[in-house]
Ligand binder design. Structure first.
Ligand SMILES: NC(=O)c1ccc[n+]([C@@H]2O[C@H](COP(=O)([O-])OP(=O)(O)OC[C@H]3O[C@@H](n4cnc5c(N)ncnc54)[C@H](O)[C@@H]3O)[C@@H](O)[C@H]2O)c1
Length: 248
């Protein structure tokens, strides 16, 4: 069965690079109309244009900064005018501010919680209205393997990602009667800008813990997200799909 999403509008937060960009491409190839968003409006527009050129899908590029609530409102006004709202929401954008706990400032904590958790709450609140009304919707939240394993230096990030798991499971129960499915995808170590700057020694140690013997690619996360958005997953809600090469 081929995955087709014609007639659906999908919003992907943080889709100007990395995993979000790969998800935006995958949804566009499946025929969805894709709204590409990021903190930089021009970069979002350029990425949206490249995706449209390469896939033939309809796209729109907008600024949507999760730490700036008015920008969420603005983006949704544009999306509602252009497409009447979204049918598929991928809460992908996320940040890290890694530090050992004793050195972590309240600001490091607040920034990560605000973007990863509160930002997701705000975007989802705007997005669900149409889904509830039409009794069809798909929401996929990007969590992380560290929500399950913990990781030294990431108390803020792991707490935000574990929070997203509880958010996913609770919202899934609330929205199930309206046929709005809410799931999470938990990547392991994926090669993107987020992981590019890690010390080689640390990368070597992570690699030893991955049974498949290599880091993942953004496209390999996008595959799981696409499945959850499709009719193949019509009886799947409130769950977490792990994409980590076997490390957890
Ligand atoms: N790369 C990994 O190994 C890995 C592992 C587990 C989970 N994840 C999660 O997957 C998601 C994507 O990660 P990635 O590796 O592609 O990261 P990345 O840093 O390469 O890209 C993050 C994206 O989020 C956007 N972004 C950052 N701050 C934002 C804000 N305030 N508002 C809106 N957008 C913002 C960026 O512009 C970018 O498009 C994140 O939620 C991340 O936590 C990544």
């Amino acid at each position: 069965m081929e995955i087709r999403l014609e007639g659906k509008t999908a919003l992907v937060t943080g889709s100007t690079r990395g995993i979000g960009r790969a998800i935006a491409y995958a949804l566009a190839r499946a025929g969805a109309t894709v709204v590409v968003t990021g903190t930089d409006a021009e970069r979002a527009r350029r990425t949206a244009q490249s995706i449209a050129d390469e896939t033939g899908a309809k796209t729109l590029g907008l600024r949507l900064d999760l730490s700036d609530p008015p920008s969420i409102d603005e983006a949704f006004k544009e999306i509602e005018t252009a497409f009447g709202g979204v049918d598929v929401l991928i809460n992908n954008a996320g940040i890290t501010r890694d530090k050992l706990f004793l050195r972590m400032s309240e600001q490091d904590w607040e920034e990560v919680i605000r973007v990863n958790l509160t930002g997701t709450f705000l975007v989802t609140k705007r997005a669900v209205k149409k889904m509830i009304k039409q009794r069809w919707g798909r929401i996929v939240n990007l969590t992380s393997v560290v929500a399950f394993t913990g990781n030294a230096g990431q108390t803020n990030y792991a707490a935000s990602k574990a929070g997203l798991v509880g958010f996913t499971k609770s919202l899934a129960k609330e929205l199930a009667p309206r046929n709005v499915l809410v799931n999470a995808v938990a990547p392991g170590f994926i090669e993107t800008d987020m992981t590019a700057g890690l010390p080689e020694e640390l990368k070597k140690r992570y690699l030893e813990e991955i049974p498949l013997g290599r880091f993942g690619r953004p496209e390999e996360v996008a595959g799981a997200v696409l499945f959850l958005c499709s009719e193949l997953a019509s009886y799947v809600t409130g769950t977490v799909v792990h994409v980590n090469g076997g490390m957890y």
